[in-house]
Write a protein that binds this ligand. Structure first.
Ligand SMILES: *Cc1c(COP(=O)(O)O)cnc(C)c1O
Length: 369
């Protein structure tokens, strides 16, 4: 059996370090705030080449807090890609603003900049660029578009820890970066966790305050906030894992290169297209084929677990019925929902396992291994 992800294998490889980190937090009873959180925030800010990292409860909250602090709410519009996890869009509605979907690029599956341009209105206050599957979106064009229209660029980096574009860290393209450390992400906690990364002192200060009950000092509340904090145990676990992240990312990229090579001549399968200059970190390795459902069943029967990201494009979800979109309004995202298939991808996947996955795909399409 080849699992889709294998968090147990990852834990086994670093168990001694993780167990020691957990024991330290408990011995110090540093559960909320404290030195383990401070240490992780400083380390992750450095990893992102950014001035600030504000640890929060999860990636969805990171997006919500940035929207809140930017004063985005009733009467405002925020542009969101039609292909993402619902957590990219939910915080917009929660903040009181209106979700406006833009279609995705047929090659990279990230925001289609031309479609974003047609969706801009005087009410547009932000664009959320998702670096889907681990590949940076068209940040140069999107940052320019945001600069011209006065919209805030929010980068949803939940799938893109360690991604770069044109050799530069994502922070260099500006705006606020929102990370998720959900357990299955490239850098995953042992529970929920997230972070806001930014070079803006005031944005960082305000996010930290709102995430902690609007508190500036104990029992001194500037305003009503929320409770969304990175806890000490998650921070200590994340600090251990951050030391391994580059090695894991290199391994993900090596597996992707192997899949690329082994599937190159299978005409029925489209392997991931990487934009010039993009460092894709392969949170997911997503292929596309007209025979997605049959191929998925074939792999399942042979013990290869796969995933679909995502089976319903956001505008086609029941949750967004009220927007009255038709699938034809988002032709690329609607095509992808029926054709994408995510193959097993994690640092502990061996070359032999990747070869086996590719062989099963080849045999399904009648190709020799
Ligand atoms: C995982 C994910 C989120 C949400 O993160 P949580 O930590 O689960 O709240 C947001 N956006 C994208 C693209 C994600 O993959």
């Amino acid at each position: 059996m080849i699992p889709f992800v294998d968090l147990k294998a990852q834990y086994r490889a670093i168990a001694a370090e993780i167990d020691a980190a957990i024991a330290s937090v408990i011995a110090d009873t540093a559960f909320i705030g404290g030195k383990y959180r401070d240490h992780f925030e400083a380390s992750f800010a450095e990893y992102c080449h950014a001035r600030h990292c504000v640890g929060v409860g999860n990636g969805t909250d990171a997006l919500f807090l940035v929207l809140k602090v930017a004063g985005i709410g009733r009467g405002d519009e925020v542009i969101v890609p039609a292909n993402s996890f619902i957590a990219t869009a939910e915080p917009v509605t929660l903040a009181g603003a209106r979700v406006v979907f833009a279609d995705i690029d047929p090659e990279t599956y990230n925001l289609d900049v031309a479609d974003v341009e047609t969706k801009l209105t005087p009410k547009t206050r932000a664009v959320i660029a998702v670096h889907l599957y681990g590949q940076p979106a068209s940040l140069t064009a999107l940052a320019e578009l945001c600069r011209r229209s006065g919209a805030l660029l929010i980068q949803d980096c939940a799938q893109a820890h360690g991604a770069t574009l044109a050799g530069k860290p994502l922070i260099d393209y500006g705006g606020a970066l929102c990370y998720s450390f959900y357990p299955g992400k490239n850098l995953g906690a042992y529970g929920d966790a997230g972070a806001i990364v930014t070079g803006d002192d005031e944005l960082a200060r305000a996010c930290r305050m709102i995430a902690n009950h609007g508190r500036c000092a104990k029992y001194d509340h500037e305003l009503e906030g929320v409770n969304s904090r990175l806890d000490g145990l998650q921070a200590a676990i994340l600090s251990v894992k951050l030391r391994h992240l580059e090695a894991w990312t290199k391994r993900r990229r090596a597996i992707a290169a192997l899949y690329d090579r082994l599937l190159e001549d299978v005409a029925e399968v489209t392997t991931p297209r990487v934009a010039a200059g993009a460092r894709h970190v392969y949170h997911l390795y997503v292929i596309r084929t007209r025979e997605r459902d049959a191929l998925g069943r074939h792999l399942e029967e042979r013990g290869v677990r796969t995933g679909i990201h995502y089976p319903v494009a956001l505008p086609n979800l029941k949750a967004y019925r009220y927007l009255e979109h038709r699938p034809e309004d988002f032709p690329v995202a609607s095509r992808n929902q029926d054709e994408v298939l995510s193959l097993p991808m994690y640092a502990e996947l061996t070359d032999d396992m990747a070869v086996q996955v590719a062989s099963e795909i080849r045999s399904f399409f009648g190709r020799a291994s």
